[in-house]
Every structure is written in C-alpha cells, then in structure tokens.
Write a protein that binds this ligand. Structure first.
Ligand code: 8IG
Length: 274
C-alpha cells in the first residue's frame, strides 16, 4: 500500500516522526536505533562496507519521498555497529529546503531518528570551500554554522540554545580517528543556485569557511529533539570566485566518488566510538 501524501503526514510533525519510526522498527527488525547518519553529496558510498542488516526504500516510510537529485540515494539502511547489536540508522538521502516541501519535510529525517531512539546524529554534506588550501576531496568537521536561509525548522515559541550545537566531545572523537581533520564554520544558503562570488566573499566576512544548502536547519531540529550532533562536510569544490573554474554538479559528484573510500574508512571508525 502506498504511503499517504507527505504533505498530509507532516501536518503533525511529531506524529509523523513516530509513524515513520514505527515503520522503520518493523521493517528493520530493530526496536530502536542508537545513532543516525544522514548521507549528503559525496557520502553515498561511505557506509557500503558496514554491516547492513536491512534496507527500506525511503518512499515506503511515512513522510519521505524519493530524492530529486542525481547522486543521492533514496534508501534507509539499518547498520549493525558492534557485537552488542547497537544499530545505526542510515538515511541515504535528505530533503533540501530548495525542493519547496517546507521546513517540516527538511526536519523529518532527524525527528524520525529521535523517535527511533537515537541519541545523536551524524550530518554529512558536500559543500563549497572558501579556503583555497583545502583541496576538493577533503572532509572537514563543522564547528558551528551560519543559518542564512531566513527560516527555522522550529515553529512557535521554541527557544532552543545552540551554544555547542556541534558536539565538542564528538569532534574530539573524530580527530582521534583522523588527526588531520580541520574544522570550519558552515553557512547554509537556501539554494538551489550556487552563490555568486560576491555572496561567497560576504559569507567569508561573516565567518564562514564552507558553503552549502543543507545541515544547519537539520542540526537545529536535531538539537531541539535532544540529539547530539556531529557535522562532517566534504569539500567537493572551491566556492564560486575562490578557484578559477566554474562550478558544476558533475565536478561535485566526481569529487565524492574519488573521496568515497577515505570517507567510508573515517565514518566506520568514528561511528563505533560515538
Ligand atoms: I556539493 O559551492 C556543494 N553544495 N551553496 N555552494 C553551495 N552548495 C554547495 C556547493 C557550493 N557545493
């Protein structure tokens, strides 16, 4: 039976998350999951070597649709983390603000993770880099963000503290695994167009090191839902005006493909330590 239209499901976000978590529990055989991973551009193959116990097509889970972007994978996986049967819920795709389905659809993944029992979420993305010395293909830890979308995933008088939104504890864990990891401030733009060089320069003045079209809104929703957050960006291209060449989606997909094995090794070592 097809899922109800996501717009209807998301009329009550908390109920939608509970229903999605119920379906995932049933389809994965795991009553609860411990940790969630959201895979962004370039991170699609990063869990392929892990112990995948079950796969569920995203559109069969209430509130989710198949993704619209090539290179994003529309499947949820339940991954066994260790012998104690701790499970990670891997969301192979996300809903972006630019898809026009609203902030509830953007936040539905992390809310579902929380409803499924997760203590925390690893948010990954592909992004543009402002530092010409950080070459495409480098993963970077997100230390903080600038939400430049002009919106919030929270509705009503929900005053959530975002000091230390990106867990210092978990960043330290990631650096124990890979001491070469650097940190940066991620600016979320609404997209779907890339920035102009002037906008990239503006983001730099404001303190951004990385520019992208996701993550910040999800991180806010995750914190509001009580989740600890680790943010990992893959620099897939130099932001507009930083390098000499124009930006292309093909370049982004190729940088992800090339970095895949490194990202997989990094994630596999990090998630078991969180
Ligand atoms: I992958 O350069 C990727 N996503 N806004 N700018 C923005 N989003 C991105 C970029 C980029 N690269």
């Amino acid at each position: 039976m097809p899922s109800p239209a996501p717009a209807d499901v998301l009329a009550d976000p908390a109920d939608a998350a509970r229903r999605a978590a119920d379906v995932l529990a049933e389809r994965t055989g795991a009553e609860r999951h411990d940790l969630a991973l959201v895979l962004g551009s370039g991170w699609g193959t990063a869990v392929d070597a892990m112990d995948v116990v079950a796969e569920v097509p995203a559109h069969e889970v209430p509130g989710f649709l198949a993704p619209v972007v090539e290179g994003h994978v529309a499947v949820f996986r339940s991954v066994r983390l260790d012998e104690t049967d701790r499970r990670a819920l891997v969301l192979g795709s996300r809903t972006h603000l630019y898809e026009g389905r609203g902030v509830r659809a953007v936040a539905h993944g992390v809310r579902t993770a929380a409803a499924a029992g997760c203590r925390g979420v690893v948010l990954t993305n592909g992004c543009g880099g402002l530092d010409p010395d950080v070459a495409p293909g480098q993963p970077v830890l997100i230390s903080d963000h600038l939400n430049l979308t002009g919106t919030s995933p929270l509705e009503g008088a929900t005053f959530v503290d975002l000091t230390d939104l990106y867990s210092r504890r978990w960043r330290d864990v990631a650096r124990e695994v890979d001491p070469s990891l650097t940190e940066g401030v991620y600016a979320q733009f609404p997209g779907p167009h890339y920035e102009t060089p002037a906008e990239v320069a503006m983001a730099g003045v404001l303190g951004a090191d990385l520019v992208g079209m996701s993550t910040a809104l999800e991180a806010i929703a995750a914190r509001a839902a009580g989740l600890e957050v680790l943010g990992l960006s893959l620099v897939t291209n130099l932001a507009a005006g930083v390098g000499s060449s124009a930006l292309s989606h093909e370049e982004v997909v190729e940088a992800g493909r090339a970095a895949g094995p490194r990202l997989g090794a990094l994630l596999a070592k990090v998630v078991v330590r969180l």
